[in-house]
Design a protein around this ligand. Structure first.
Ligand code: TTP
Ligand code: MG
Ligand code: MG
Length: 430
């Protein structure tokens, strides 16, 4: 049997904050509305039961718009635009204050509605998620002559469930073989869109898009591409991989080539990484730092060894090592120490924890002892950071000498200012 083809969806809510506001102010449907005011722009209840809304023309200040309805977008008003500038474009548009609690509430609701139908979800922020539909029953089925009929029906069902669970919010979904393409596809038919693409659709649907649309091609990279005459995703696809690498470094140049050809095998990140790993023990009887020194020392070392093993099992290093003590009067003390580099080594952890212990008054007897590692990172992450720091230092040194630096081998990478796609620079996810 052939392995199932990957079916990855990206779902993004339509004009999210604005749409949530329209649920409570349905009389604003069809009007240009922008979200970005403060408390003083709260709608006023009039004697006859109707509401009076603030208008953009009344706005004075330096705020920016968080989002706008599609009617306001038609007037040129978009996210991140200065509110005064927006007021010049659409003076009659309704202005509403931001109500994050409400948006978070609806965010939880729509995600729960999706999870009822497809549980493998990567949370990408307040209004978007990736969903792995590969193994959802029916997703691989053909319907009539449509080989993608099953997944199309499933995506529609997800849209309907979101609509129902939120009391009327719409979203747009893109379904493709991977996250990179789905993120692009979900935007193609916004609002209330559903776009299902295969690799065959690459030339017609993806290549005409501006390079900047690709998640991982930021403004700087896009400008540099444009200066080289490369404007669309298709333009990138037509560039030789070696040429891209020559101009953008091995990692970013290679990635550009892969991205333009729709190659991306990143799995969904379905659980958030732990913030810390810890280990603690409560003693059978209270122990004294001096009188029970040997026993305490053994317990302490054992805790550090177990912590090191836990870190290794999770495949992470910790840069901050901390201890926790609880005394016979139930008071708790914590101390921590940040190391010059992260570790998962028992001896290093034991030494750092020992340093922390020296900073605690140990006259009272102890009930509990714990060690914790935080500031966790993957070994590769640390290596990449180190390399990056070295590159930056080399660039700075070169600039000081006023010469274009002879780039050392380790600098076949793009400059730090590029918007690296690998892989968690998807920007502030919304
Ligand atoms: P987006 O999904 O980028 O935008 P949107 O949902 O408003 O509209 P679209 O239909 O195009 O998806 O962002 C989600 C929410 O995040 C948005 O409703 C408001 C907030 N946001 C900001 O606060 N500032 C910003 O610059 C952007 C882009 C969004
Ligand atoms: Mg959105
Ligand atoms: Mg979004």
């Amino acid at each position: 049997m052939r392995p199932p083809r990957r079916l990855i969806a990206h779902l993004d809510m339509d004009a999210f904050y604005a749409s949530v506001e329209l649920l409570r102010y349905p009389e604003l449907r069809g009007l240009p509305v922008v979200i970005g005011g403060g408390r003083r722009h709260q709608p006023e209840r009039l004697a006859d039961g109707s509401r009076r809304f603030a208008r953009l023309r009344d706005y004075a200040g330096r705020g920016v718009i968080t989002t706008s309805t599609y009617e306001a977008r038609a007037l040129g008003v978009f996210s991140a635009m200065g509110t005064m500038k927006a007021a010049a474009l659409a003076p009659d548009a309704v202005l509403l204050p931001v109500d994050f609690d409400r948006y978070r509430h609806y965010s939880r609701r729509f995600k729960a509605a999706v999870a009822e139908l497809a549980p493998v979800i990567e949370d990408r922020g307040i209004d978007e998620i990736y969903i792995d539909l590969t193994d959802v029953p029916g997703a691989q089925d053909a319907v009539g002559h449509d080989p993608l009929g099953g997944v199309r029906a499933l995506a529609l069902e997800i849209k309907n469930n979101v609509h129902r669970a939120t009391g009327g919010l719409t979203c747009s979904i893109g379904v493709t073989p991977n996250k990179l393409l789905s993120k692009l596809a979900s935007e193609l038919d916004k609002p209330d869109g559903l776009t299902v693409l295969t690799m065959d659709d690459l030339p017609t649907r993806i290549w005409p898009l501006a390079a900047r649309k690709v998640n991982g091609i930021g403004p700087k990279a896009a400008a540099r591409l444009a200066a080289l005459g490369v404007h669309t995703v298709g333009d990138i696809a037509r560039c030789e991989r070696a040429w891209l690498i020559e101009h953008f470094g091995r990692s970013y140049g290679g990635w550009l080539n892969d991205a333009a050809w729709g190659r991306d095998d990143r799995p969904l990140a379905t659980h958030s990484e732990p913030v810390s790993v810890s280990n603690e023990t409560t003693f059978d009887r209270d122990l004294h730092a001096v009188r029970d020194r040997a026993q305490l020392g053994a317990i302490f070392t054992g805790l550090c060894e177990r912590l090191a093993a836990d870190l290794a099992r999770k495949g992470v290093l910790g840069q901050t090592i901390g201890i926790k003590l609880r005394f016979d009067d139930f008071k708790t003390a914590t101390r921590d120490l940040t190391l010059p580099e992260p570790t998962a080594d028992a001896v290093t952890i034991r030494r750092a924890a020992g340093e922390c212990l020296k900073r605690v008054d140990l006259t009272r007897r102890l009930r509990l002892l714990g060690v914790r590692a935080s500031k966790l990172m993957r070994p590769g992450e640390w290596a990449a950071r180190q390399q990056r720091a070295a590159e930056l230092a080399a660039q700075r040194a070169a600039r000081r000498q006023g010469a274009p630096a002879a780039r050392p081998a380790a600098m076949q990478e793009p400059e730090a200012s590029y918007d690296l796609p690998l892989f968690d620079s998807e920007g502030p996810a919304r």
